[in-house]
Design a protein around this ligand. Structure first.
Ligand code: IMP
Length: 434
């Protein structure tokens, strides 16, 4: 004991990378529990910027173990590329990285179908990252997924038979549904390619549930790092504009094979405003608006994985309050507060109004399909001076303290971390909810 879960409270890109990196100092193990290389964590370390897609940012700390749990879907080529890139930049990757042999593999047809389906949908597309995440999880749930352990087991015949029957169906789907002249997925080629890739990942493979529970039983602290954000959760997010896994804290248990009794705290990461990449509802979005453009430019809101410009808008307390409830968050980390430095007035959405004029204190579940929601705003004065690098709460301008206090009140949890710049040291650490 204990386990600590870190979860994004909005639609991802809240700045989890920095918080996980900060907290890594105090923990022994950092484990990812869901998602795949659709995630993008930007970490500043020793004046260098690193973008991680799969490997937890604990990798930068000597003596820490990093784990990819069974709930992660792994593109082995992407994993190997990330390892190679870290090593090229002088970061040690060896026995400090463990990968669950129960993790499902992202196969070439998953990536192909992700892109083909989005093209086919046209205007109705989800705006996925195109990394094959959704199709890989579909196959996992449909019991048609392949896992590292099958390559490890050494039963080439069983593997060939299973992949063969999977490919038969994939090829029918490819030709009938997407493109009648598409080149077929080839069994031998995929088998050879994946056998070689899995062989290279082999030194990292393990039973991650056993490894993590052993660590917890030995009194070590494990940080479970969520990817994406609460409202991209496949059950609780703005469905269907979601990712294909459980991003909320419960996902840490299923995605790592640890019991809920092992989780002591849940830290919600939230940005001082709101962003979203991809399609889907975003009530406080400032579309075609100078303040939206200001937040985008000042906050450098460009997707770490896809390079897409992120949609930007006001802080939405409905979104974060719901995230607090869904994951049982014990505290919040407020990121990028300094991005608001130049604004005269700040708005916070405290509720929504629907087409019929009804007020909603939480997010209506039909928001993803029916739309028609407008935010109810409160206005707060801006502080209009730089807070960059402030490390003490009391040194923040009064207007910034008032803004944070109001957010803590609306979301019903204390704010334990305030980030005042991208660097590790540009942080206010408070002893609340962490
Ligand atoms: P997928 O996860 O690639 O299937 O994409 C589904 C939705 O989740 C899209 O709107 C993506 O833009 C969004 N998404 C996926 N990963 C991330 C992330 O790490 N940060 C923010 N949005 C993400």
């Amino acid at each position: 004991m204990p386990g600590i879960v870190v979860v994004g409270s909005q639609w991802g890109d809240e700045g989890k990378g920095k918080v996980v990196d900060l907290l890594s100092e105090r923990v022994d193990v950092v484990a990812r529990y869901q998602g795949g290389n659709n995630a993008g964590h930007t970490v500043m370390f020793e004046d260098k910027q690193f973008i991680l897609h799969l490997i937890p940012s604990g990798i930068f700390w000597k003596g820490k173990l990093t784990v990819l749990g069974n709930g992660v879907v792994v593109d082995p080529q992407a994993l190997l590329d990330e390892i190679a890139e870290l090593r090229r930049q002088g970061v040690y990757v060896g026995e400090n990285l463990k990968v669950s042999d129960e993790a499902n593999l992202i196969m070439p047809y998953h990536k192909a179908f992700d892109k083909l389906r989005e093209n086919l949908k046209g205007a109705g597309k989800i705006g996925t990252t195109g990394r094959g995440i959704g199709p890989a999880y579909e196959d996992k749930m449909g019991r048609e997924g392949l896992r590292f352990c099958e390559f490890r087991a050494g039963n080439a015949r069983a593997l060939r038979e299973r992949l063969g029957s999977i490919l038969e169906e994939k090829n029918v789907l490819l030709r009938s549904h997407f493109r009648s002249d598409a080149p077929l997925f080839d069994l031998n080629q995929i088998l050879d390619q994946y056998a070689a890739l899995c062989e290279q990942v082999q030194p990292h493979l393990c039973d991650s549930s056993a490894a993590l529970n052993d660590a917890l039983d030995a009194g070590k602290t494990v940080l479970f790092e969520g990817a994406q954000g609460t409202h991209l959760d496949v059950d609780h997010g703005t469905y269907p504009f979601v990712t294909s896994s459980n991003t909320t804290a419960g996902g840490a248990c299923t995605g790592c094979g640890v019991g809920p009794t092992k989780i002591a705290r849940v830290i919600g990461i939230t940005k001082a405003y709101t962003t979203r990449v991809g399609e889907g509802p975003f009530p406080t979005e400032l579309r075609d608006d100078p303040i939206g453009r200001h937040l985008q430019a000042r906050g450098q809101e460009v997707g770490a994985t896809t390079g897409r410009v992120r949609r930007c808008g006001w802080f939405d307390a409905v979104v974060v309050r719901e995230a607090v409830r869904l994951s049982g968050m014990t505290g919040l980390a407020m990121m990028k507060l300094d991005v608001l430095d130049e604004l005269d007035t700040l708005k916070i959405a405290v509720a929504y109004r629907d087409r019929e004029g009804h007020t909603h204190e939480s997010m209506p579940h039909w928001i993803g399909t029916a739309g028609g929601i407008t935010p109810v705003y409160e206005e707060w004065p801006g502080w209009r001076r730089s807070i960059r690098g402030i490390t003490e709460y009391a040194k923040l301008p009064q207007a910034a303290i008032a803004y944070l206090d109001r957010i803590a009140e609306l979301t019903r949890v204390p704010i334990g971390i305030v980030s005042t710049g991208p660097r590790r040291e540009e942080t206010i650490l408070l002893d609340r909810g962490l």
